[in-house]
Design a protein around this ligand. Sequence first.
Ligand code: PHE
Length: 342
Amino acid sequence: MEALVEKINNYKVEIEKEVATTVDAVEAFRIKYLGTKGLLKSVMGEMKNVPNENKKEFGQVLNDFKLFVEEKYNTLKSALEEQDDATDNFDWSLPGDPIPVGSRHPLSLVREKIIATFSQLGFAIAEGPEIEDDWHNFGAMNLPEDHPARDMQDTFYVQQNPTWLLRTHTSSVQARIMETQKPPIRVICPGRVYRNETISARAHCFFHQVEGLYIDENVSFADLKQTLYFFVQEMFGKDVKVRFRPSYFPFTEPSAEMDISCLICEGDGCNVCKHTGWVEILGSGMVHPNVLENFGIDSNKYTGFAFGMGVERICQLKYRVNDLRLYSQNDVRFLKQFTSVL
Ligand code: PHE
């Protein structure tokens, strides 16, 4: 009797390990264990060999075993049915789960538009490193050490190596272009720039620029004006007016800042234009002869113009974004409002 019980326990261990993932396999399980010639039947047949006084106890063991096999069979069968349901009852006509589609960042849209506009005029696109050396960012741009104009661009220096800094303007890319290319040069330099400013609605420690450089024989201030006038008309429409105000940049001479008529109040006066009817959008000028000579470009033969604008500012006027911080907060409610500037 004890030997029989042990045998049954061993069967249980084996049966527990059985797997059946197809209809045929489940049916084979049934035949093997529960069929008329199956294991259960033959184990039941052992009853006759058990002494009378043990029959009751053994009957109990047999009954447990039968329940065990049946339960295992039912588990295998229902697992298979569930699997069938998953494939057979799937409604292939149901609409798919919507995939959220992102949109371009407003600064990217505006940058692309600026690039497309200057591309039409034959400007190539140049990029350069955001970590720069002093020479490309300042020195070559006619801003020697201790020049007070450096204060216009409060700079982040790299602690491990103070001769490195985060570029304060993409003029550094223009420097790299003049270093490696001969005139005629006609490039725009889009990219991120850094200045050590307290973050507020109107200032941030980083922003985006597109600067431009055109060097050839006989390039004049008239070319500068016409190029920038074309640009603002493409960006803001034909009705926009422009004006140039004399200004100072160490790398250009003469220098001018360009204003456009305020698009928000159409010249009547509002907060954006500080009630003047005009908003400043970029700095520009004729490339200083020192800058040309720094790169071995003969300033008697060649002249050039340069300009630089902040993408955030153009975007502010284009989309009426009144707080610079919105651009970098990653708030989807803000970001999803922009589709195209075209
Ligand atoms: N580099 C200037 C700035 O970042 C902009 C500029 C570029 C002005 C070229 C004049 C000519 O402020």
